[in-house]
Design a protein around this ligand. Structure first.
Ligand code: ADP
Ligand code: MG
Length: 328
């Protein structure tokens, strides 16, 4: 199968159709109709084999994840997803692998009504670059710089499960088979919070998506907004599968220093509390208040049951095999 047949068969033939695509795959450029009065929101992410994913990962999961991490960036900006392009570098033409990858990619694209409008296909070590395009009115975009003193800080969903799956894979922690399955699913099939991002346009003062762990990611908001934060550790929505599998200390490390959650962290004025809890019910997605924005240079102050505590986030590389009785 040549390059053109491959693109046609696996990608062009299954692309979601959208009325705002003037011209899709097949010409030198795609032509897209950007709605008047809105900004084009663009984000690109590359996934490299053995760096961002295990080389033997299920290609269906990889196709999903390559698009999911990009959609997550649009969600964090409050942007409406519209179009996506895909640059694939492949070591060979493995048709079973391509079929799986395309299946995972197109399924999520259809779910979010995103049209694949072009890309590039080259030969080389396996690497996937996705560039996503959405739109948002400039005044409604959820920037990292909008957090204000007195705002509440929230996270969506549950944290730490994907990071635990990575640690299990790297260090062979012995965790319960059912918990491991849940964590693996969170690692392989992150769910971009696009609906939440859109709903937060008129509610949140700032937002970002959690890709590297809450402790580090929240600092991006604090630096951009030039404010500090206080966080109550007992309020963190640690995934139950994590809580039951490792020590409380390791749970915190995974929830704060692990990565790959792809949940949203956002700030909102205190008076939005009821609106946010109603939104959580509508979306059937936990939205947990974990702390407040306070005045000061960018820094996080940690509390445990209201008492100030020192916290050293190890980051996942240091989450060693055999540190506690729970590891094998
Ligand atoms: P050019 O050489 O002009 O860049 P290509 O041969 O790379 O054109 O691509 C032909 C068409 O197929 C273009 O419209 C391009 O956007 C699209 N395309 C290439 N690879 C992919 C892919 N992996 N997924 C979707 N579209 C692709
Ligand atoms: Mg090209």
């Amino acid at each position: 199968m040549g390059e053109f047949e491959l693109i046609q068969h696996y990608f062009a033939a299954h692309a979601t159709a959208r009325a705002d695509v003037e011209l899709g795959i097949g010409d030198d450029c795609a032509l897209l109709n950007v709605p008047a009065g809105e900004c084009l929101a663009v984000s690109t992410d590359t996934l490299v084999s053995d760096v961002h994913f295990f080389a033997d990962v299920d290609p269906v999961a990889l196709g999903h994840k390559a698009l999911a991490v990009n959609l997550s960036d649009l969600a964090a900006m409050g942007a409406q997803p519209r179009w996506v392009s895909l640059a694939l570098t492949l070591p060979n033409t493995n048709e079973a692998w391509l079929a799986g990858f395309a299946q995972g990619f197109h399924a999520l694209a259809a779910q979010h009504h995103v049209a694949l409008i072009g890309g590039d296909t080259t030969r080389g070590p396996l690497s996937i670059t996705v560039s996503i395009k959405g739109t948002v009115p400039a005044a409604q975009a959820l920037r990292r710089s909008g957090a204000k003193v007195g705002d509440h800080i929230y996270v969506s969903g549950r944290l730490g499960a994907a990071a635990l799956a990575v640690q299990q894979r790297l260090h062979h922690l012995s965790i319960d088979a059912a918990a491991l399955q849940l964590c693996r699913h969170r690692m392989e099939y992150p769910q971009p919070r696009c609906e939440l991002g859109l709903a937060l346009r008129d509610i949140a003062s700032s937002a970002l998506d959690l890709s590297d762990g809450l402790a580090g990611d929240l600092m991006h908001i604090l630096r951009a907004s030039n404010v500090a934060a206080e966080i109550e550790l007992t309020d963190l929505p640690v995934d139950p599968a994590v809580r039951q599998s490792v020590t409380p200390e390791q749970s915190l490390q995974l929830a704060l220093g692990g990565g790959d959650d792809y949940e949203l962290c956002f700030t909102a004025p205190a008076e939005q509390e009821n609106t946010i809890q109603n939104l959580a019910k509508t979306l059937e997605l936990p939205l947990t208040r974990i702390g407040s924005i306070i005045t000061g240079a960018p820094e996080i102050f940690w509390y445990h049951h209201g008492n100030s505590v020192e916290l050293h986030i190890n980051g996942w590389e240091h989450f060693h095999h055999g540190e506690t009785g729970k590891t094998s």
